[in-house]
Design a protein around this ligand. Structure first.
Ligand SMILES: [Zn+2]
Length: 83
């Protein structure tokens, strides 16, 4: 199984083997490092974070994955500034 990752540095769409999910990978196009999180996971995650922020919910930084997901979402957000 492979999943799609959108490179936050150069916007390349990468096909990444499942075993690399949530690891740091290097983009073959631009050499930039990124967290390998599938675009589908990213979409759901961003929606989830937005909903939490809308609800003024406390997001525990100690929760598994939260720091990583926020960092990734921030990277993705930065990459999509021109939209
Ligand atoms: Zn890249």
């Amino acid at each position: 199984m492979r999943f799609q990752v959108d490179c936050p540095h150069c916007d390349a769409m990468l096909s990444v083997p499942e075993k690399y999910h949530y690891t740091t990978i290097k983009c073959p196009e631009c050499g930039g490092q990124m967290e390998a999180v599938s675009t589908e996971t990213m979409r759901v995650t961003r929606q989830f974070i937005e909903e939490l922020e809308d609800a003024d919910a406390e997001v525990s930084e100690g929760s598994p994955g939260v720091t990583t997901l926020r960092r990734v979402a921030a990277l993705q957000g930065a990459a999509e500034d021109d939209e």
